[in-house]
Design a protein around this ligand. Sequence first.
Ligand code: BES
Ligand code: ZN
Length: 459
Amino acid sequence: MSKYLNYIEENADRFKEELFELLRIPSISAVKSHKGDVHTAAEFIKNQFTQIGLDDVQLFETPGNPIVYGAYLGAGPDKPTVLVYGHYDVQPPEPLELWETPPFEPTVRGEDVYARGASDDKGQAYTHVKAIEAWLKTEGKLPVNVKIIIEGEEEIGSPNLVPFLTEHKEMLACDMVLISDTSMFDKDVPSITYGLRGLAYMQVYVQGPNRDLHSGTYGGAVQNPLNALCEIVAKLKNEDGVVQIPGFYDDAIDLSDDERAESAKLPFNEPGFKESLGIDEVFGEKGYTTLERKSSRPTLDLNGIWGGYQGEGAKTVLPSKAGAKISMRLVPNQKPKKIAELFADYVHSIAPKGVKVEVEEHHGGNAAMTDLNYYGLQAGAQAFHDIYGKKPLFTREGGSIPIVADFKNVLGANSILMGFGQNSDAIHAPNEKFSLVDFHRGIKTSARFFEILADHKPA
Ligand code: BES
Ligand code: ZN
């Protein structure tokens, strides 16, 4: 066995303990009161970069959360340069009462570790840190040049990373980007993701009367903002799951016939999918399969809606205001800004009389696609094959990593999305988990990838 693989075996327990230490830090980027924790996580990463022997380790402060950088450039200009990207920030853990064990006390059950951020993305990002360590501590070098950035704002749309890319274009110059922040197609079915969706995230406020009203005294005589909001929401999609916003699909690139044929060959188990979610029927845009709907078609979904009385018993009240959070997942060529404008125009045009409607835009991001012929994908596939014992599938996924499109636009680099997570990891939900078997295999796959890549010339 090569020295680096041996090292990964011998240090497997320590690697887990270190990951658990990182998982104990509640680095929630969406919540301001966690700023201190976010910094603690960034410092942890920085210390790791130093300890494993990376050069030029720096913690860059931004107007938001820090970006941590390290590099190994000893392979020389004849070898490719890989930029590894990951994020140490996590989603809020609420609702807390649904967690079987506390979100920031990593707990092992079976082969999995349960904690917020275990899969998304601390566990996955950490595989590369340990792969780099394995090379540097056994061979004193890496077979390729490696740069690594781990940021703290992915879950809030990476607002400070785009300007950072532009400002540090030279420092970040690379042949390709390596990212583990996606899922495998299924348990023990590795995959490389070549397409991600984009995002436009909107908030709608509906204001009615200047105060809550008795629903008997006033009901029927004034517009109820909650009813008005429901009317608006009901007009966003039709019963075939088709988004009704004029122009919404105009720029969207549809699946090609070839892609549809390839997608149909994937070993997707629809009954198992329904069973795992506890649903009797799937639902989505007419004319598309479940896999196509959840990865390659644009969508619109409510993420939250509020207004009126939610407490125990019945309170007869007509609320003065209501609101909703709505996400639209986008496909290549749809522009988040344009979609946000189309959404706002449409919502205003269908707003019932008697209420004031305001639309606000949250973060967004472009969809991304890597050409399937890109040699980096083939190197990634070889690495998966050598460690998992099978070739990965090539898939598109429905989630978003907004910076992937910017890596292409700003640095001219393709991304290789080598996911070690599983769809059942419950990312963004209670009881998030990550398989420690895949953590271990992930470290090996990353380390092997560097080795395979050394024989490839940059394209
Ligand atoms: N790891 C996810 C992205 C992801 C999830 C890709 C599932 C593929 C499959 C990432 O951390 C994430 O959650 N991204 C956000 C982006 C948003 C905040 C701009 C998302 O997709 O909601
Ligand atoms: Zn996430």
